[in-house]
Design a protein around this ligand. Structure first.
Ligand code: SF4
Length: 465
């Protein structure tokens, strides 16, 4: 997936509601869940996180309340990921643990792992139902009156029949909102299972997304991250376009900042870059999946560009936004990536004026075309390549941060972590630390950027009165 984010398990903690009654009431063909406790778990990417919030909202609207920490839940919803072998394993472990900790709870599993391995998941003792991508939006209708089943069942459809779009706009674990604009992918890169797990590219309408953005602003949201699987492909189902979407979102005055989560290099047009440069609220911050700096490896991956195109996009961004933050995804150890090809890729990446590398080790995925490539990279070699790129990333990020010392910037203050100093991000995504006594969460403040903090992962900053 272009947007392979770090692997996370989140127990969602928003939207607590109280309820005193303890019954299930039939309402039409749905149950009222008044008095029932529900817990929600997300593995994988921000898109999953966003969708889990939508499911949670549906259950809470039907009367359930979010189980408090330590409270046994009556319903557990687990939204899974399948981006790597490790992700599959973590999903299985999480399901076993949740079943164990919530004896008798009705267990619903959804998400990519459920879609790709419905039988395996339904066989896990305690699981009641596995809902594939097309049924992700209908958890409520599938609770079976909370009657436990002797054996789990699954409801999935084939990739070509995944049609539903589950709209999601959720507040993240900190301050930003995540607005899902698109789902699915038609690219079929040879190493990736996402098109099989999430189906074809489809999207919400610009009109509905503008409305969701406005709503997020009315709920206090200042910043929105535009998410999806392949967001540059936006518009397939509505006859619209990504540039059309960002132009309309920019007009939503309630939102002070937008960030584009990740966009394929071939879909990041000059028109989009130039619009961001002159826009009211789109931040000079890009996340572009390169995946390999070798044209031969890009060909093996069936990526839709050569590295020269990527270099041209970076140059274009820097020519109109010299201070833009550019994050780049790279996969190491893809089948076919010989030592020579890796060295060639490394030199290319080293030459790019980018800020940070997100490095992932290639993972063998059943059913993918990459498995037909004979040359395999050893785990040791993948590890060494990964370390070299991470070191390169650190030096690029540090140089970028240091070049901003002594400058003024505007920072959106994030929700603080317990026992940690207040922090936030500049428009170009530099992490800064601030004096907690002087700032309020979710406020925009003007700061003077100082030197690196002790951990070397943020700049110290002082408020400009
Ligand atoms: S197939 Fe390619 S473009 Fe599509 S999600 Fe996977 S990596 Fe991204």
């Amino acid at each position: 997936m272009a947007h392979r984010s770090s692997f996370i398990v989140i127990r969602v903690s928003d939207y607590l509601l109280n309820s005193r009654c303890n019954s299930i009431v039939l309402m039409g063909n749905q149950f009222s869940l008044i008095g029932k406790s529900a817990s929600f778990y997300t593995l994988g990417c921000k898109l999953n996180f966003s969708e889990t919030s939508t499911i949670m909202r549906q259950l809470i609207e039907a009367g359930a309340h979010k189980a408090a920490r330590g409270e046994k839940a009556d319903i557990c919803v687990i939204n899974t990921c399948s981006v790597t072998e490790v992700a599959d394993k973590k999903c299985r472990q999480a399901i076993h643990k949740i079943v164990r900790e919530n004896p008798g709870a009705y267990i619903v599993v959804t998400g990519c792992y459920g879609q790709l391995q419905p039988g395996t998941v339904a066989d896990i003792p305690g699981v009641d139902i596995v809902l594939g991508q097309d049924h992700k939006g209908s958890v409520l209708e599938n609770l079976n009156g909370l009657r436990k089943r002797d054996h789990g069942i699954s409801k999935t459809v084939g990739t070509n029949d995944i049609k539903n779009f589950v709209p999601s706009c959720s507040r993240g674990d900190r301050t930003r909102f995540f607005l899902k604009v698109q789902d699915g992918c038609d690219y079929y890169c040879t190493y990736c299972t996402v098109p099989y797990a999430r189906g074809h590219s489809r999207n919400a309408s610009i009109e509905s997304l503008v409305e969701q953005a406005r709503q997020a602003g009315q709920e206090g949201g200042r910043e929105i991250v535009i998410t999806g699987v392949n967001i540059g492909d936006f518009g397939k189902t509505t006859g619209e376009s990504f540039i059309g979407l960002i132009k309309e979102l920019d007009k939503v005055e309630e939102i002070a900042r937008y960030r584009i989560s990740s966009i394929e290099p071939n879909l990041l047009t000059d028109e989009v870059i130039d619009f961001v440069a002159g826009s009211r609220a789109f931040m000079p911050h890009f996340h572009i999946p390169l995946q390999s700096g070798s044209n031969e490896v890009l060909k093996l991956m069936h990526r839709r560009y050569e590295r020269e195109v990527f270099a041209q996009k970076v140059a274009r961004i820097k020519s109109v936004m010299p201070d833009a933050f550019i994050g780049v995804d790279v996969i190491v150890g893809m089948r076919g990536e010989t030592d020579e090809l890796f060295e060639d890729a490394y030199r290319f990446i080293e030459s790019l004026d980018v800020t940070q590398l997100h490095v992932f080790s290639y993972s063998e995925r059943p059913g993918t075309a990459a498995l037909r490539i004979p040359y395999k990279v050893s785990p040791q070699c993948k590890h060494e390549r990964s370390q070299r790129l991470l070191e390169l990333s650190d030096s690029k990020t540090r140089a970028f941060y240091e070049s901003h010392i002594g400058r003024e910037a505007t920072v959106l203050v994030e929700r603080p972590k317990r026992g940690m100093p207040a922090h936030g991000f500049t428009d170009n995504y530099i992490r800064v630390e601030l004096d907690s006594a002087q700032v309020q969460e979710n406020s925009l403040v003007k700061v003077l950027l100082g030197g690196l903090n002790t951990a070397g992962d943020a700049l110290n900053a002082s408020i400009i009165k």
